[in-house]
Design a protein around this ligand. Structure first.
Ligand code: SF4
Length: 152
């Protein structure tokens, strides 16, 4: 069993109320081979919501208390991101999920890259907040950009 970012499964949970449907990943959910979760919604954030980026590092730095998640209006939304990641991890553990396929560049789900905290569309290498927590807990974190079903 796998988990995929809910927006990749076609669920309108992105900050802008839209999704990033990927038919291969959506079909995994339809066939019962994956579950779709959105850490930001699980953290209590509304949809739509203001876009947010990690300032001062990446998701790993957020867990170390060295970076924060800030929305476009300057509000510190770190607490909701941490809570959502923890809830999602708990669900992965309850379901015995060891592999997740996450939406690249998201401040929660980014698996290799995230936006750089300047709201200018630039990215930097790093993990999102949920991706970092999953990785810390031994979960195989993969990106939607290079996910290949044949490699499992
Ligand atoms: S938190 Fe993850 S699942 Fe939710 S909208 Fe962002 S990228 Fe998609």
């Amino acid at each position: 069993m796998k988990m995929v970012s809910a927006c990749l499964a076609g669920i309108n949970c992105r900050y802008d109320g839209e999704n990033k449907e990927n038919m291969v990943l959506k079909n995994l959910v339809i066939q019962g081979e994956a579950v779709a979760l959105c850490p930001e919604v699980m953290g209590g954030l509304a949809t739509p919501r203001l876009p947010a980026e990690i300032v001062g590092g990446d998701g790993e730095a957020v867990w170390c208390g060295q970076a924060r998640v800030i929305d476009q209006a300057g509000n510190d939304v770190t607490k909701a991101y941490l809570a959502g990641a923890e809830k999602a991890l708990k669900m992965l553990q309850q379901l015995g999920i060891d592999t997740v396929i996450l939406k690249e560049k998201s401040p929660s789900c980014g698996a290799c890259h995230i936006y750089d905290g300047t709201f200018t569309g630039k990215t930097k290498a790093g993990l999102g907040v949920a991706a970092a927590l999953f990785k810390r807990n031994g979960i195989n974190v993969r990106s939607d950009e290079n996910f290949n079903e044949q490699t499992g």
